[in-house]
Design a protein around this ligand. Structure first.
Ligand code: GLN
Length: 194
């Protein structure tokens, strides 16, 4: 099983390290050819407006959208979720999210960089899936706020009443950075769907 990590911009190296710590084989995806060779994909955090532009220059926009629509398992983190969302509030005017996850997100909805924070999250799904009990420490860095979730979206964790971890089909998403926690359970849950 080969997992791709979208490597156009952002925190992709940390994603490769986390996947490898779980024994998965991870490879960087910068071209449509590299996307064609993977069984699942991680969309890392970073800057969604930059990734949006690079999806066009790399030629990945359409093949990535099609692969996700066809059911390729994905883990979308922070900016990665913004890229996949149905609707983005406070985005750049020409930002075109791929529209494969039925959520509305507000970019930088928790405030600026200095408003970044850490919070303990309760994720019942981990215990149900045999991944162990106990909270997951979520690191939020200029995270988006999920303002709406569609009926096909399952909310797996919330913070102050706002969804922060969820799933639509084979696509798992987090507004925090699971690769920065010393806790591999979000990635384990993702790999179990691949
Ligand atoms: N604020 C960033 C954006 O709008 C997301 C930040 C992150 O991925 N940590 O793309």
């Amino acid at each position: 099983m080969k997992i791709g990590v979208l490597a156009l911009q952002g925190a992709f190296r940390e994603q490769v390290e986390t996947l490898e710590a779980l024994g998965a084989s991870a490879s960087l995806v910068k071209t449509p050819g590299q996307l064609a060779g993977v069984d699942g994909i991680v969309l890392p955090g970073g800057e969604s407006t930059t990734v949006d532009k690079l999806l066009d220059s790399s030629g990945l926009r359409t093949p990535l959208r099609d692969a996700l629509r066809d059911g390729m398992p994905a883990l979308a983190v922070c900016a990665g979720l913004i890229v996949l969302a149905a609707e983005v509030v406070d985005g750049r005017a020409d930002q075109q999210p791929l529209g494969v996850i039925d959520v509305t997100v507000r970019r930088n909805g928790y405030g600026r960089q200095r408003d970044s924070f850490e919070a303990d999250l309760s994720v019942p799904e981990f215990e149900a899936g045999g991944l162990g009990a106990g909270p997951f420490s979520g690191v939020f860095i200029r995270a988006p706020v999920i303002e709406r979730v569609g009926t096909g979206v399952e909310v797996l964790a919330s913070y102050n009443g706002v969804p922060v971890l969820g799933r639509q089909g084979a696509m798992l998403f987090a507004t925090f950075h699971p690769e920065l926690a010393r806790d591999l359970r979000v990635h384990e849950l993702f790999l179990s769907s691949c």
